[in-house]
Design a protein around this ligand. Sequence first.
Ligand SMILES: [Ca+2]
Length: 218
Amino acid sequence: MNKSILQIALASTLLAGVAQAAPFQNGSFEIGPAPGATFITLGAGDTSITGWEVTGAGIDYIGGLWQPADGNRSLDLSATAAGGIQQTFDTVAGHNYQVTFSLAGNPSTPPLVKTVQVLATGGVATNYTFDISFSSLADMRWAPQTYTFTATGAATTLSFTSLDNTALGPALDNVVVTDLTPTPAVVTPVPTLSEWALVLLATALGALGLRGRRGRGQ
Ligand SMILES: [Ca+2]
């Protein structure tokens, strides 16, 4: 590859990178600072969990304290009071999206019933509750939940906000975002009969030309 082709290839790669700046990421909260054997507290505005920003009164980033729903890490959305977390990612306006997540609660009271509010840009704020009556640190009884929204632009902010103003809030893990709107299939055009005829003609002329050159060469 010569230098100019290499430069074009590099420029194309950079442009492609800009176009795909922020797909949804790190929904299981596995990429971030080490939460240790129990947990660490992250304050409002903290962005150390890759892709996410902490909101409200902060959250607890849970390491070994309790059983996660997926991987090794999860969240308590109330640090000392109601906190939350949000992520902004690429969407396609008009597409329908499904958000699935695992919900549980800090197994201590109060309150007995934990509540998290989920909201995506342009969507409907929806509350989900979890009763910790039968939960423990070793058996969090994670429950699958589903939220859906229709994207209103090229970027959407998805937020999970605790409505429990204590240090014992809803627990969150394993957020997955799926685009439910099918992308139109790329159709490869099939040559028409007249186009096939042109292809055959070009092939035949090429063969004649080759024979002609060979004839002159003899
Ligand atoms: Ca996890």
